[in-house]
Design a binder for this molecule. Sequence first.
Ligand SMILES: Nc1ncnc2c1ncn2[C@@H]1O[C@H](COP(=O)(O)OP(=O)(O)OP(=O)(O)O)[C@@H](O)[C@H]1O
Ligand SMILES: [Mg+2]
Length: 256
Amino acid sequence: MSEVLEALRGEDIVKRFGAVTALDGVSLTLRQGEILGVLGDNGAGKSTLIKILTGFHQQTSGKLFVGGEETMLRSVDHARSLGIECVYQDLALANSLSIYHNMFLNREIIRRGPFRLLNNRAMRERAAECLEEIGVHVPSVDLPVEQLSGGQRQAIAVARAVNSNARILLLDEPLAAMGAREAGLIIDLILRLKNKGGLSIIMIMHNYAQTLDIADRVMLMQRGRVTYQREAASTSVEELMDIVRREYRAMRAAVN
Ligand SMILES: Nc1ncnc2c1ncn2[C@@H]1O[C@H](COP(=O)(O)OP(=O)(O)OP(=O)(O)O)[C@@H](O)[C@H]1O
Ligand SMILES: [Mg+2]
């Protein structure tokens, strides 16, 4: 049997916050080059999972493997050094700074010499090149981020993550609160990145139809567990909704 190479794997991950068990034994594999879509209710543990995979939180128990090697991610910087980049649900862009400054936030290009001066020209050029390359159109990279639409802002956050040579990209609800046109921009960008090759992506999503459109595989999380996973091509919106509906009915029955 031919092995599919894995980018990232979690084995029986548990995360507790005091008395709250946010993750209750989650196992998952992200294959190299695929898009894995993660669905689930509010509070199911999706963001917590992403934060563990990106080194922001440490798991209470369970193992992580990066590129097949068991690894304890100590910090976001540690994960980043292994090629794991994240765009968080509450994205961290500095709204008053320009697009190009945002793209190099915390990894500014510095001029050579005794003073640590910013090389604005280099950053501006590189930012414009990068956006051009991935097909994000903005009037000018000098614009402050606050003058962009929600979709363009998301695109800048994704572009920043990609610009860092990420090999594993974790996106927490990149399409949240977006109109169809803006969501389309991000979906196109993500599909283009995927098609360039070498990038494996986990996306937390809200919309089932969008998820099945862009993901290779989908995974459903409920109350800190993975309750379902399947190739996107062999499931449907109806099937996913059925599972969630059944769960909802069972909960109602338990309460009443
Ligand atoms: N830092 C924290 N401290 C305490 N509890 C937390 C913390 N982060 C998350 N939790 C709890 O863990 C559970 C899972 O939260 P998480 O944010 O992972 O859910 P989610 O699936 O991302 O939900 P949403 O769809 O609303 O974003 C929730 O019960 C939440 O209250
Ligand atoms: Mg969340």
